[in-house]
Design a protein around this ligand. Structure first.
Ligand SMILES: [Ca+2]
Ligand SMILES: [Ca+2]
Length: 87
């Protein structure tokens, strides 16, 4: 993606975007794979607060992994709840 690009978050696949309920930043995550980093972000969406804050349904989280930024939305209707897009 480049500056000015837009991202459509379409939870129910009707071509109309939905706004996530909330947006968080999980910080810089060390993991051996992107899937592992996304899992960690789902377990703890807010690196600034102590303890683990689980990502709820329809919430979105930014994370950094291996120098790149990813955005994932917790879509409860998908069997695989992890969508990660490099920004
Ligand atoms: Ca939609
Ligand atoms: Ca935390």
């Amino acid at each position: 993606m480049k500056e000015g690009d837009r991202l459509l978050i379409d939870m129910n696949d009707d071509g109309v975007g939905e706004t996530p309920a909330a947006l968080f930043y999980a910080g810089r995550i060390s993991a051996s794979s992107l899937a592992g980093a996304v899992n960690a972000a789902y377990r703890d969406k807010n690196f600034k607060r102590q303890g683990q804050q689980k990502l709820q349904a329809n919430e979105a989280v930014f994370l950094q992994w291996q120098g790149r930024t990813y955005l994932t939305v917790n879509d409860p209707s998908l069997a695989l709840q992890q969508i990660a897009i490099c920004c």
